[in-house]
Design a protein around this ligand. Structure first.
Ligand code: ZN
Length: 157
């Protein structure tokens, strides 16, 4: 729970990875295509604001959703596959100018699952242990995730 927008921003900055370096322009981001298996300029197909509420409920004046996540849909220009990232955009003052910083809350599909092709096929239980670790990480169950990654690495799954 957050008291105010500042608390929400601080939480986002502490918790999620910053992905600002991947942004080239408003319309292009350098991202990894798991189909082409390279990093290349993805097109921003859509930038969707989820916080543009026109009605507030119960007559309450609620203006603390100014930092609602934004959904980006990116498309690989070569194979045309797409993925979606849920980002929080935060304006940070540098000198006398605001710069927007981007923090990745989550992605569809999950990027860890996407990279699973890098793992050896045998033994099959390795991928299962890895997948479970990624899911635990997604649920912010980081201690459980660490235990499962360790098991995967040690081969004691
Ligand atoms: Zn591609």
């Amino acid at each position: 729970m957050f008291k105010d927008a500042e608390e929400l921003q601080a939480y986002v900055m502490e918790t999620y990875p910053e992905v600002t370096d991947s942004r080239i322009t408003k319309d292009h981001w350098d991202l990894r295509c798991s189909s082409c298996r390279v990093v290349r300029g993805f097109q921003v197909v859509r930038r969707q604001l989820s916080g543009n509420t026109v009605d507030t409920y119960g007559g309450l004046d609620f203006d603390k959703d100014g930092h609602a996540p934004v959904i980006y849909t990116f498309r690989c220009p070569v194979c045309e596959t797409f993925k979606q990232w849920v980002l929080v955009e935060i304006a940070i003052l540098h000198g006398n100018k605001y710069h927007t910083h981007y923090f990745k809350v989550t992605s569809l599909p999950n990027e860890g699952i996407e990279d699973i092709e890098e793992l050896p096929v045998e033994p099959a239980s390795l991928r299962i242990a890895y997948k479970q670790a990624i899911r635990a990480m997604d649920a912010n169950a980081n201690i459980a995730a660490a235990a499962m990654f360790r098991r995967a690495v040690q081969g004691t799954y």
